[in-house]
Design a protein around this ligand. Sequence first.
Ligand code: CU
Length: 169
Amino acid sequence: MKQLMRTLLAAALALTAAAASAGAGIGVANVWIRATVPGQKVAAAYLDITSPVAAKLVEARSPAAGVVEIHSMTMRDGVMEMRRMEALDLPAKQTIRLAPGGYHIMLIDLKKPLKAGEKVPLTLTVERVDGARSQIRVTAVVKDAADERKPADGMKGMEGMGDMGGHQH
Ligand SMILES: [Cu+2]
C-alpha cells in the first residue's frame, strides 16, 4: 500500500511538472490596460501572446474586475462591434497580438478606476490541443491615451483607433 501511494505521488508530481513547463513555454509580452475615465466600469487589456505549440486562450481572470472576457472587435456595417469569444486560437509559434481595434481582454465590473502607472495582475489560461491546461500570471501596466501612442511600444499606425476605450456593454 505504501509503495502504491509513493507511485501515485510520483505520478502526480510528474503531471504537475508537465503542466508547469507547458506554461513556461508560452510567451506573453507588452501587457497593458487603457486607463479608465471617471464612471467607466469596463477596460480593455492588450498583450502579445506566442505559444510554441497549437493552443488556445480559453480564460482570463483578474482581481481588478468582477468578470473578464475574451473579445474580438470587427467592423460591421461601418460600426465597430465587440463579441465575446469562447477561445482565441494560438497557432504554433505565431505571435497573436491583442491590440486596440482587434482582440482584447475585457475587464468588466471594475472594482475601482484604473489610473496610468498602476499595475494589474492577470491570469491567463491556455489549453493545448491535447487538452492540457496551463496558467500564466502576468502584470499589466495601466497606460493613458498619450502613453499608448508612443511609437516605442510598437503601436504606431493604431492612432486612428485610439478612441475606442469608452466602448460600453
Ligand atoms: Cu470588449
